[in-house]
Design a protein. Sequence first.
Length: 313
Amino acid sequence: MNAQAPALNLASDLLTGTEWNASQVRELFRLAADVKAHPDRYKDALAGRFLAMVFEKPSLRTRVTFEVGIVSMGGSAILLDHANARLGERESIADVARSLSRWVHGIVARVFEQEALDSLAAFATVPVINALSDVYHPCQTLADFFTLEEKFGSARGVKLAYIGDGNNVCHSLLVAGARVGAHMRIATPAGYEPDAEIVEAARCDAAATQGTIELFRSPEEAVSGAQAVYTDVWASMGQESETEMRAAIFAPYQINAALMSHAAPDAVFLHCLPAHRGSEVTDEVMESPRSIVFDEAENRLHVQKAILLMLLN
Ligand code: CP
Ligand code: NVA
């Protein structure tokens, strides 16, 4: 297979992002940069490989970037659309995992519950990659920090303010931020903080990279001096019935020009997308020169290609 794939003793799956240590994340970024600069070097890296892509929820970026990434490396992607029937409904997740393992070389899955992903991985004999769950979105935030490394040279020591819901994206930013040595400043309304155990684990991991994790109530305080300001939707997929109630609670957490004025002069704006303009971010900030949201979206492709190379080779 690909001669440039590193031997890193990686875990066989990417379920949370915590499987990878700081040097494995660094190796991922090195490989992603090479994939981005020299895509032709990898055009046959997945020749003869089949990947199943299970989606219980809608997706634009994740679905397209995985499919383009797989096919551009000579592999084949098979979409299993579970938008209308949860995984495990027609037959057990264990049976799905064991059947798929006889035919394909890897499984990419977007699920409602992290437990579904964990069950898939427990029974599959091929790598399972988290394409978003209720708790984590590792592919997103690895691409985010890769993007920040492109902008700032290194993500180590970069002050990143995440403003909004302490959700899956927030958790994965904490996991990845701790591994790259970023200064993470999270501001959420009361009751919407990130999971305390994930925060604590990230704090432990950050100690090794000189990163820091701080939680705030005030968005202005969190953004003060930040070089990167990040937000996500206030109601995630599956929480649509809470949209109105959350809109009132999260209104002071909107990223607008006034909030951005507290950030560093060279601060960039990030959003995993899809964005709800006028809610968590204004149109003005989304369209400003500070916004690097489409660089993030592009880098999903390069980083996920590197993830596939690392797990499948
Ligand atoms: N950011 C992200 O994962 O986008 P999709 O939901 O469109 O895949
Ligand atoms: N937190 C969002 C992220 C979408 C990419 C959700 O889970 O819907």
